[in-house]
Design a protein around this ligand. Structure first.
Ligand code: BES
Ligand code: ZN
Length: 645
């Protein structure tokens, strides 16, 4: 253990060791649990750059090590209610422990022996919620909070039966990252404060509960309450609290391979399983790059279309948007991405949101490597090139090459973590690692990469730890290499260092030529288009001039059936271009797109672009938003409600 770390661990290690076994699975149609090893309590970093400004917790004084939830799911009142029992480790002189709370209705707080503990909820900050300070007695080691989540909890979306594919039963799902879980779990909601956890979830009979942890078998009904069943889960490893996730609905399981499978509503399961057929191969490719997969199973949950992200790497159970189903596996790099987070993000986790690039940049780099190993270097080079374009746009949006937000390690003071959710973190992060790989050589870089996850598994990490590790284990005193890498410039300076590895210009040679022809004389590459893969099509649409006449847009649309495409990434690229040019013939497709899925990356830019165009777009935005708003998860709606459409 390095001296950087403060080990508040040992005291509670013994208490935790007793709850590690996983019960045998009884249902043939649910995934087989695999044994998982006992976890030591993860350290909390004690350096200044590891202080999380998005949490009220003061973990160096008192911290949560284990969360035990016992919650009932009530679709009528849209609340989760029950208890959260927290095991804590504290300095002997700590007088209180501070948790994060957003709108929780707290009924009582007692210690392990049932004696009441004093507590107070501080003033609520619009971004962070409130501190929940609980007074500790000298011997307090366990805290039991009886509470309910608010009906408008930011992490949770409650869908009516009408809003599901099956239309028969309601649905609930959560999204924790970055700071949403404090709206349904009273704990220290900071990625640097890792916690093991377990949960008992009681749901109406007929519904299935799944969570981001090994399950202890099928739901058990209670003799006195035949209307409900209880599902149990246990995550024996310490994870960042944003990784605790739940979904409840009419979901089924289909196996994909020995350690993977897919959960989704019955009507989507065949298409989902087909699209995901390469999952086992992806796990193997990821292990070859990163080292062994340590979480046991890797299952996926394909959610209803209102899921606000493309994917979310909830441990053992990635959450996915159904919009990735294109019918031809052309969008499955999303799965490679979420899978790669099982190492970059879930094993080694950004200690604070200022180092979000450590999660996303490394994962984006790994995605290209996994794509290379499954689908070949050409496709990987194309995806790197499209990512590179996205990075350039993100740097522009951040204010250009001198802008503070074009740095990897960013300053989020007074801001929401989501402000850092840009392609600077994803694609500049990936370009940085690609550059190290290029400069040091793949063999050397790959050896370092495996070592990184070996050393830092189940631990929080910072940019400083990353740089120290690279220097110690990759550079190893090689002064020439150190100079060529430009490590500090990459992490702490704005813009792009001069050693940047640019994409291969050959990756899209014929697409770029077609773009030039269209730009100069309107030639439509109909035949080429038919032969192009999704990344080539995306390159074409995204590289077209931003100002195009309606007549030319109409010709393009008719020749390439753009408004009708079933590929949601291509559709989004096309609709963005259409809105920028007030191309009315695409409006029906636009309305359909905005009212049938709620992925923020698709919805927010389109609605914002419409809203800005007061004469043409705003009335469309208002009309669409009124219909679409009930479909959207709070995370998607939050940034749009303020447009007052
Ligand atoms: N972990 C992210 C999603 C996320 C980040 C949610 C920050 C909340 C806050 C996930 O792994 C992700 O990056 N999803 C992307 C897809 C990916 C292929 C770029 C998305 O949802 O678009
Ligand atoms: Zn990600």
């Amino acid at each position: 253990m390095s001296s950087l770390r403060l080990l508040l661990a040992t005291a509670a290690a013994a208490a935790l060791a007793s709850c590690q076994s996983v019960a045998p699975n009884l249902a043939s149609m649910t995934p087989q649990p695999s044994p998982v090893a006992a976890a030591p309590i993860a350290p909390v970093l004690a350096t200044a750059d590891a202080v999380d400004i998005h949490s009220y917790a003061r973990p160096l004084e008192a911290r949560v090590t284990h969360v035990s939830l016992d919650l009932a799911v009530d679709f009528e009142t849209r609340r989760l209610s029950g208890t959260a029992a927290l095991d804590i480790v504290r300095r002997p002189d700590a007088r209180e422990i501070v948790l994060d709370d957003r709108g929780l209705e707290i009924q009582s707080i007692v210690d392990g022996s049932g004696a009441p503990l004093q507590y107070s909820v501080g003033t609520s900050d619009p971004q962070l919620g409130s501190p929940l300070a609980i007074a500790l007695r000298p011997d307090t080691r366990r805290i039991v909070i009886r509470y309910a989540s608010a009906s408008d909890a930011g992490a949770l979306q409650w869908l009516t039966p009408q809003q599901t594919a099956g239309k028969r039963l309601p649905y609930l799902f959560s999204q924790g990252q970055a700071i949403e879980n404090r709206s349904w779990i009273p704990t220290q909601d900071s990625p640097g404060v890792r916690q093991s956890w377990e949960a008992r979830i009681t749901v109406p009979t007929g519904l299935v509960a799944v969570m981001s942890a090994p399950s202890a078998g099928p739901g058990r009904s209670n003799e006195r309450d035949p209307g409900h069943v209880t599902y149990s889960f246990r995550m024996p490893h310490s994870v960042a609290p944003y990784m605790i996730a739940i979904a409840v609905g009419d979901v089924r399981f289909q196996s994909l391979g020995p350690r993977s499978g897919v959960w989704t509503e019955p009507s989507t399961i065949a298409a989902a399983a087909r699209e995901l057929e390469d999952t086992e191969k992806m796990i193997a490719a990821a292990e070859a790059l990163y080292g062994p997969y340590l979480w046991g199973r890797y299952d996926l949950l394909v959610l209803p279309p209102s899921f606000p992200f493309g994917g979310m790497e909830n441990p053992t159970l990635t959450f996915l948007t159904p919009t990735f189903i294109a019918g031809d596996k052309s969008l499955v790099s999303l799965v490679a991405h979420e899978l790669a987070h099982s190492w970059s993000g879930n094993l080694a986790t950004n200690a604070t949101w200022a180092d979000f690039w450590l999660n996303e940049g490394m994962t984006t780099y790994a995605t290209y490597r996994i794509v290379e190993s499954l689908y070949g270097p050409k496709l990987a080079a194309q995806q790197y090139a499209n990512g590179f374009d996205a990075m350039m746009t993100a740097i522009d949006d951040a204010g250009g090459m001198k802008a503070p937000d074009s740095r990897l390690h960013i300053d989020l003071k007074g801001r929401h973590p989501d402000d850092g959710l840009t392609d600077v973190a994803y694609e500049k992060g990936a370009a940085f690692l690609r550059t190290i790989e290029h400069v040091a050589g793949r063999e050397r870089f790959d050896a370092w990469l495996k070592g990184w996850f070996g050393w830092h598994r189940f631990e929080p990490v910072t940019s400083a730890i990353f740089l120290a590790d690279i220097r110690q284990n990759l550079v190893r005193g090689d002064a020439a290499l150190e100079q060529k890498l430009m490590l500090d410039a990459w992490v702490y300076e704005p813009g792009l260092p001069s050693n940047l590895v640019r994409p291969d210009p050959a990756a899209f040679a014929n697409v770029d030529a077609a773009v030039s022809r269209f730009a100069s004389n309107g030639t439509i590459p109909s035949q080429l288009w038919a032969s192009w893969n999704t990344d080539e099509r995306l390159r074409f649409v995204n590289r077209l001039p931003r100002k195009i006449t309606k007549q030319r847009l109409g010709a393009l649309d008719r020749a390439l059936s753009l408004s009708e495409t079933g590929n949601n990434e291509v559709l989004f690229a096309w609709l963005s271009l259409a809105v920028a040019n007030r191309y009315g013939a695409a409006v029906p497709a636009l309305e359909r797109f905005l009212t049938t899925q709620g992925r923020r990356k698709f919805v927010a830019p389109l609605i914002k672009a419409l809203a800005k165009d007061s004469a043409w777009g705003r009335p469309i935005a208002s009309r669409v938003y009124r219909v679409a708003r009930p479909l959207y998860h709070p995370i998607t709606a939050r940034g749009l409600d303020e447009l007052k459409l």
